[in-house]
Design a protein around this ligand. Structure first.
Ligand code: IMP
Ligand code: MG
Length: 178
């Protein structure tokens, strides 16, 4: 698995420090609020587990599974809800936790969908942001790292469902895609 990586973008320690920073920001903003954090499966699961343990508040968890990419590296532009939330978010302060904002189409769609359920507030936290690829008019409220237009894997992010368990974020060797 590690042999398939050409270059590491963010080491495990860089990610841990950033996640701690984001956790403190979220903790300040959501203090005394009835909050629910939504993990967008599967990509955000690793980030979510670490981030939530850096937020020392009684925040609720919920999970939504969506699919926007299939097994390719390009967005299909279509967001499919595979698993919806378990609980009603009406009157709650909602924080969507996602792995990466790329074209922004997935999160723009999700925000619109969740907004229609009348939360008190709705924000997005993503570990990575690729602003140069943006198509939808959306920005993350909390973001770990901004990256150039390169396809990355690890720390939850996959290529064809693999490499999610890499402890760092990196770029695959070109022959892996072939
Ligand atoms: P968007 O709708 O184009 O913003 O795509 C968001 C989704 O595409 C993310 O939740 C990821 O699942 C996937 N994605 C975008 N860029 C990458 C990448 O560099 N590596 C792995 N998955 C990515
Ligand atoms: Mg994803």
């Amino acid at each position: 698995m590690h042999n398939d990586i050409e270059r590491i973008f963010f080491e495990k320690e860089d990610i841990a420090a950033k996640v701690h920073e984001l956790g403190k920001l979220i903790e300040l903003d959501y203090k005394d609020k009835d909050a629910v954090a939504i993990c967008i499966l599967k990509g955000a699961c690793v980030f979510f587990a670490d981030l939530m343990r850096a937020v020392h508040l009684p925040i609720a968890f919920d999970f939504m599974a969506i699919s926007s990419y299939g097994n390719s590296r390009k967005s299909s532009g279509v967001v499919q809800i595979i698993k919806d939330l378990d609980n009603n978010i009406e009157g709650k302060h909602v924080l969507i936790v996602e792995d990466i904002m790329d074209s922004g189409q997935t999160l723009a769609y999700l925000k619109e969908l969740l907004q229609s359920r009348n939360p008190l507030s709705l924000r997005v936290c993503c570990l990575l942001d690729k602003p140069s690829r943006r198509v939808a008019p959306i920005e993350p409220d909390y973001c770990g790292f901004t990256i150039p237009d390169e396809f990355v894997v690890g720390y939850g992010l996959d290529f064809a469902e693999r490499y999610r368990n890499l402890p760092y974020v990196g770029v695959l060797k070109p022959d892996v895609y072939a």
